[in-house]
Ligand binder design. Structure first.
Ligand SMILES: [Zn+2]
Length: 497
């Protein structure tokens, strides 16, 4: 039996997004549990599809005793403030030092954190953790598939293990896999050899989905190589919205044959470049197609990808909603529109009241503005419910005041309002206000890919929509400044000079 310190600090940073992640954002959690210190960490993540939950289960099953340090996550946004970083990382490292001696450290990290005062949030955290435990104690971290893995992260951790699915249905499973790697290291007292190789092109989020090509095949090949070579392999397509030198895709692995396995997988991902191309629809075109093809029982699902709160959007742009209303779509619903002021106004007005709203458009996104009009308040809620879809299963949501509005000029269009940022990736977000997504013809979601886990099974088809928002689907459209030179800004696209 070994003594293992457990902690976590997750943030996915879109450096081009409008709002930073301050300490309050980690207290709120954005759909994840709020910041946790010490023992309560265990109960906070238990039973949810969260990496730390999977790791804790696997470490306990292996008979180890666990010490909780700190765990925190926030909605993706612009940089983590220096204050939030120092407070959370400070607690994590201080509690780790209090817990010494330990035989191993497991960390639940995202891998794409940029701090207001430096670029590599995880590289710095791993440096501090390494400094605290010394060179001999193994440190293993699980990572999101959207990690922008840096050389510093690779050097300071003994192993990094990333998700293999997008939508991330394997978060807890990945935590468990990382825990088994750590367990093996503690038992054998040996460090596996590592291999790492970054790629020189970026890919937009919608084309990184593991349900579709080329990622579906890449992850299949990854598992085949892993088996054949007896290694642990990861492929991270990265988060192409973080302007720093090492942003992008990478392949890495551990084991005696790690270098050879990494080179093989790297070649496969390099060769897949043309197949990462994206098909995007304008909002008016997408709505037109959805109106024609959607049917009650088999809706067309529209992904408002560029305002995805899971990629740094505030979930309040109105481009797609405007197109739904202009074309008077029928049996249509859009969610979640994050607008606490409008949600409060709906609660003040009361059930069945028809009043003027100025919906969304509050993030100063180019090409976006509030949508003004009369809406009827059809339902209200307190934003408390538990998700049931394959990805967010067990997540206990606290989205604040929620309301279901119906447009007066386009009575077939309804909007689900929430007060706290969260990606629309679970049908319970609609059911909590009495909307059954399957009974709609058009379902518009502020999400890039995660929605597919719960919504694709009910969808006639999925269209990815390009409407105003800060999470640009084509990385070549961002004004990159710090990215390393020589990277193609989208598949086969322009080279960053
Ligand atoms: Zn992710």
């Amino acid at each position: 039996m070994s003594r293992v310190a457990v902690g976590g600090f997750q943030h996915e940073t879109n450096t081009f997004a409008p709002s930073k992640a301050d300490y309050a954002a980690f207290e709120a959690g954005g759909g994840w549990p709020g910041v946790q210190y010490g023992e309560p960490l265990f109960a906070a993540v238990e039973g949810a599809n969260i990496p730390a939950a999977g790791a804790i289960g696997a470490l306990r099953a292996a008979g180890h005793s666990l010490v909780a340090t700190a765990w925190a996550a926030a909605s993706p946004s612009a940089q983590v403030t220096a204050h939030a970083y120092e407070r959370i990382a400070g607690e994590l490292v201080a509690r780790l030092k209090d817990a010494l001696p330990v035989d191993g450290v497991y960390l639940d990290l995202h891998g794409a954190m940029v701090v207001a005062t430096f670029d590599d949030g995880e590289g710095e955290l791993l440096r501090r953790v390494r400094e605290a435990v010394g060179p001999r104690v193994p440190i293993v971290a699980s990572l999101d598939l959207h990690a922008n893995v840096t050389r510093a992260m690779i050097e300071r951790a003994d192993a990094l293990v990333a998700y293999r699915t997008y939508p991330h249905v394997d978060m807890a499973e990945t935590g468990a896999r990382a825990a088994r790697v750590l367990d093996e290291m503690m038992r054998s007292g040996q460090r596996p050899e590592g291999g790492f190789h970054s790629l020189d092109y970026l890919t937009g989020l919608p084309s990184q989905c593991s349900f579709i090509e080329p990622c579906r095949s890449i992850y299949r090949e990854l598992e085949a190589i892993e088996q054949k070579e007896g290694v642990t392999l990861s492929f991270t397509p990265g988060f192409p919205m973080a302007d720093f030198a090492e942003c992008g895709m990478a392949v890495f692995g551990y084991g005696a044959n790690a270098k050879r396995a990494v080179e093989r997988l790297h070649r496969i991902v390099a060769d897949a470049e043309p197949r990462f191309a994206l098909e995007l629809h304008s909002a008016p075109d997408a709505v037109r197609r959805a109106r024609n093809r959607g049917a009650v029982g088999k809706p067309v699902v529209l992904a408002d990808t560029q305002d995805n709160p899971g990629a740094g959007g505030n979930g309040d742009t109105t481009g797609l909603l405007r197109a739904l209303i202009e074309q008077k779509a029928e049996d249509a619903v859009l969610g979640l529109l994050i607008d606490p002021a409008s949600a409060a106004r709906a609660h003040e007005a009361g059930l069945n009241a028809t009043v003027n709203f100025s919906l969304g458009g509050k993030s100063a996104i180019p090409g976006d503005a509030p949508l003004n009009g009369e809406f009827t308040v059809e339902r209200m809620g307190d934003g408390r419910f538990t998700c049931t879809g394959p990805m967010f299963k067990g997540f206990r949501m606290t989205l604040g005041n929620m309301a279901l509005l119906r447009s007066r000029v386009a009575p077939g269009v309804r909007v689900v309002l929430a007060s706290r940022k969260c990606q629309a990736a679970d049908q319970e977000m609609f059911r909590t206000l009495g909307v059954e997504p399957r009974r709609c013809r058009v379902v518009a979601l502020k999400s890039s890919v995660h929605f597919r886990a719960d919504f694709e099974p009910i969808a006639k088809e999925v269209l990815v929509v390009k409407a105003p928002g800060p999470a640009l689907a084509d990385p070549a459209e961002f004004p990159w400044k710090k990215l390393r030179t020589g990277v193609r800004l989208h598949p086969l696209g322009p080279v960053h000079a």
